[in-house]
Design a protein around this ligand. Sequence first.
Ligand code: NAG
Ligand code: NAG
Ligand code: NAG
Ligand code: NAG
Ligand code: NAG
Ligand code: NAG
Ligand code: NAG
Ligand code: NAG
Ligand code: NAG
Ligand code: NAG
Ligand code: NAG
Ligand code: NAG
Length: 597
Amino acid sequence: MAERWRIPAALVAAVVWASMVAVPCSAEDPYAYFDWDVSYVTAAPLGVKQQVIAINGQFPGPIVNVTTNWNIVVNVLNDLDEDLLLTWDGIQQRKNSWQDGVSGTNCPIPSGWNWTYQFQVKDQIGSFFYFPPLNFQRAAGGFGGITINNRDVIAVPFGKPDGDITLFIGDWYIRNHTDLRKALNEGKDLGMPDGVLMNGKGPYRYNKTLVPAGIDYESINVHPGKTYRFRVHNVGISTSLNFRIQNHNMLLVETEGSYTVQQNYTNLDIHVGQSYSFLVTMDQNASSDYYIVASARFVNESRWVRVTGVAILHYSNSKGKASGPLPDPPQDFYDKTYSMNQARSIRWNLSSGAARTNPQGSFRYASINVTQLYVLKNTPPVVINGKSRSTINGISYSPPATPLRLADLYNIEGVYTLDFPTRPLKGASKIGRSVINGTFRGFMEIVFQNNDTKVQSYHMDGYSFFVVGMDYGEWTEDSRGTYNKGDGVARCTTQVFPGAWTAILVSLDNVGFWNVRAQNLDSWYLGQEVYVRVVNPEMTNKTELPVPDNALYCGRLQKYQNEQTPHHKATSSSSTTYIRGILLILMLLLVSVAVLP
Ligand SMILES: *[C@@H]1O[C@H](CO)[C@@H](O)[C@H](O)[C@H]1NC(C)=O
Ligand SMILES: *[C@@H]1O[C@H](CO)[C@@H](O)[C@H](O)[C@H]1NC(C)=O
Ligand SMILES: *[C@@H]1O[C@H](CO)[C@@H](O)[C@H](O)[C@H]1NC(C)=O
Ligand SMILES: *[C@@H]1O[C@H](CO)[C@@H](O)[C@H](O)[C@H]1NC(C)=O
Ligand SMILES: *[C@@H]1O[C@H](CO)[C@@H](O)[C@H](O)[C@H]1NC(C)=O
Ligand SMILES: *[C@@H]1O[C@H](CO)[C@@H](O)[C@H](O)[C@H]1NC(C)=O
Ligand SMILES: *[C@@H]1O[C@H](CO)[C@@H](O)[C@H](O)[C@H]1NC(C)=O
Ligand SMILES: *[C@@H]1O[C@H](CO)[C@@H](O)[C@H](O)[C@H]1NC(C)=O
Ligand SMILES: *[C@@H]1O[C@H](CO)[C@@H](O)[C@H](O)[C@H]1NC(C)=O
Ligand SMILES: *[C@@H]1O[C@H](CO)[C@@H](O)[C@H](O)[C@H]1NC(C)=O
Ligand SMILES: *[C@@H]1O[C@H](CO)[C@@H](O)[C@H](O)[C@H]1NC(C)=O
Ligand SMILES: *[C@@H]1O[C@H](CO)[C@@H](O)[C@H](O)[C@H]1NC(C)=O
């Protein structure tokens, strides 16, 4: 294996030491501590009041701003009225799927309980985000950024920007996540979203007919001549967005932990779950403010006009408000190759270092033999047992009550089957808990074949994979001839166009249970996910950390779980405030009685 993946002896020693004293993080590296209270707050991003999920009262949540190899400790208090987990999209959780925060690896944090995540951002840099993966909660918020900075000793392949700006873009419904869930359970389509939010805010009133008055919008303040790094994440439900900044070039520099070949774009398609960093220089004359736009893609724009997010880029010397029409989206309604060519143009900068001093390009993926091939095909939703479900290879995943990883630890049989088909199943679709048997240290090729009529994006936990090819039509072995054999970018979320395929390569060097899923929330909610099980056949505890002492137990392992006294009233925030109010009044009364003569 190439240098890039070699585990330093010091780390091995640290892990061995850590497993002895049951502290799962490396001792030498700094720690960052967070205390998060996850609760509903009332907001009206599109002018209609609704409950959104906030962290410490913030919507979007706080940004975890750390450096390569830091240890992160997050105490999460679940103040919602339902189960909660947080997952850290793109954080590889090396040897540590215990902290991945998805239903296959973790029991949910019950309402009113708290649970502390502890993990290391080992050998990573870049822009990622976290979100609540259960129960369609991401549609209500609960997301925030994860920024992993280079260590000082590693050069960044561009000059230090004058500022760092994180933008969350995503489609949004006025219906809350419980109502959206209900619609999906009843087999309904969610229909057109009500808008696009940017950093939790509605659109700037660029058109008085289209945008009602009184909506709070995002405004980014900048100085002329300066260069800013914009980290843009599509945290939405199911809409691909075209992102652009009026009159400004966007120099793409990084995506999901890899430095890219630096290229200017006037607009870029950002699919659900994807993250990009751009450098933007404030080189315009500031005759007015500029629009920042994220508009729905691959739809009839004149019907989907409300599904447009608009924020403002405000120069400190700006002479007035932005006005006039928004910058044009790509005019490619009849050209389905435009967006795919744009995606193919995103390549890895092979000569820049990232987490380590040695260049990224020392890992030559094309010279490694593929040991396993999976063709994963999705279809539009189908009806199984009277319910609308989505599938991969004809199987719709239904999460068991006992997490897969914990079932393995306790040798609980019958929770899942290790027989996920390598090719689409013929015959009727079925509900299942079928898992991919990944070979430890193998090299897996996964071909996502999208048989649906909408773009899908797929994400893999635990790894960064190489995006080596995509094209329209059905993938065949001959399609390998078209692969990018040199500088396919390594990332964790890729788009798959309708009627097309995308091929990825992944080196299975991380032991654990890893979730592969549709990032489009409705596809995922209806069953479009699978897990890859990677075990080291050798009996050793050097390739996986021990189960954390504070692990939660549920399902068939419930008997190992001690009850936790709920810390907070897990009712709606308003009634909590009400009860707190009454307590305060009672205390004041007591105090006044006590001090009265
Ligand atoms: C969602 O809205 C419905 C009414 O449409 C309401 O009954 C429900 O309590 C709301 N849920 C949340 C979490 O706000
Ligand atoms: C994040 O941390 C880095 C390194 O400590 C610091 O330079 C930077 O200003 C921080 N960024 C933000 C947005 O706080
Ligand atoms: C969270 O749980 C830990 C023990 O797991 C406990 O020590 C701590 O006090 C709890 N914190 C909060 C804010 O509930
Ligand atoms: C690639 O990275 C190198 C090393 O940091 C940098 O000098 C170069 O400008 C980058 N090239 C491109 C095309 O982005
Ligand atoms: C606002 O949008 C409406 C509907 O799309 C359009 O007819 C109108 O021309 C727009 N107004 C301006 C000032 O652009
Ligand atoms: C990108 O565009 C800027 C102007 O906005 C220009 O200065 C720069 O040279 C361009 N960079 C590349 C790599 O094309
Ligand atoms: C500023 O730039 C815009 C567009 O590039 C141009 O139309 C306008 O005339 C310029 N205004 C001034 C005052 O230079
Ligand atoms: C988009 O929708 C409008 C209004 O429904 C319709 O007139 C137009 O023909 C549609 N455009 C395309 C390209 O389908
Ligand atoms: C890959 O497979 C070919 C043919 O099966 C073999 O000759 C070659 O040595 C293998 N390469 C590696 C790196 O294992
Ligand atoms: C899973 O794969 C391993 C090789 O990695 C093999 O030894 C084992 O038999 C497989 N298990 C099943 C159930 O197919
Ligand atoms: C879906 O698959 C069927 C059968 O292979 C094929 O005929 C059809 O063209 C595919 N549709 C899309 C959108 O990929
Ligand atoms: C795992 O680590 C512990 C503590 O170092 C050791 O006692 C035990 O023998 C190890 N188990 C295996 C299978 O290596």
